[in-house]
Ligand binder design. Structure first.
Ligand SMILES: O=C(O)C(O)[C@@H](O)[C@H](O)[C@H](O)COP(=O)(O)O
Length: 230
């Protein structure tokens, strides 16, 4: 296990330092490979980070951005991570970035998996940076411990980069990058705020199986930087 923890006094201090790190990673990607790729998570935690990044001066037209997971709802729905990213990150200076959609116009996420995999394949990989969140049940991306699909999502030899997931303890069908797709990243960050989530993570790393707390599957296999503030 290789978890490096960077703790900040306040969420604002975390946001500034995190944005600076990401910008430097993206600049390196652009300089070295011509384009850079960034995978972000939805949820509430990254909102301030998205805003700060969007105001940063880099060559956003050379950056591809996608999501670690999406809820299978129409764009514009309050649960849509696509809408959240477009409204908060792909704005201001970052409005020139290219957004790679996981969601397509089919009724069931399982019918959209092939199109999502094709979209992901268009991005420069390994991804330059991946930002994961974590739920209090230990899910990350949409690899939910309550779902029937958890073992398929965590399989390292499925040959799949995306999976349709039906959580039973959270609303909406999802599409998620699989564990091997998430791990195909040069820099992996776990972005958490609050004592409770930190404790969930530490307890999970101590006691849980990967299927019980999917975040541990990432931390067990790759260097992860935990960006944490109270
Ligand atoms: O779309 C999502 O819901 C996610 O990508 C998910 O994995 C999220 O990161 C965690 O549930 C934490 O969410 P919060 O930041 O809202 O606590």
């Amino acid at each position: 296990m290789a978890l490096t923890t960077l703790s900040f006094d306040t969420p604002d201090a975390l946001t500034s330092a995190f944005a600076e790190d990401l910008v430097s990673i993206l600049k390196t990607g652009i300089k070295t490979r011509g384009r850079a790729s960034l995978v972000v998570s939805g949820g509430r935690t990254p909102l301030a980070l998205f805003k700060q990044l969007s105001e940063t001066d880099i060559e956003w037209d050379k950056v591809d951005i996608t999501l670690a997971d999406e809820r299978w709802v129409e764009e514009g729905h309050e649960a849509s991570n696509t809408s959240l990213v477009k409204a908060n990150l792909i704005q201001n200076k970052a409005s020139a970035a290219h957004f790679v959609e996981l969601k397509s116009d089919v009724a069931d996420a399982s019918e959209g998996v092939n199109a999502a995999e094709k979209a992901i394949a268009s991005m420069s990989q390994p991804f330059d940076a991946l930002i994961l969140g974590m739920g209090e049940d230990g899910h990350t991306a949409s690899l939910f411990p309550c779902s029937e699909q958890v073992n398929d999502g965590l399989s390292m030899n499925s040959g799949r980069t995306c999976i349709a997931v039906q959580p039973t303890t959270a609303p909406h069908q999802r599409i998620s990058l699989t564990l091997p797709a998430l791990l195909n990243s040069r820099h992996i960050f776990l972005h958490l705020t609050g004592d409770k989530k930190k404790q969930v993570l530490l307890d999970a790393l101590d006691n849980a199986t990967e299927a019980q707390k999917p975040i541990t599957a990432v931390v067990n296999r790759a260097p992860v930087t935990l960006m944490w503030a109270p």
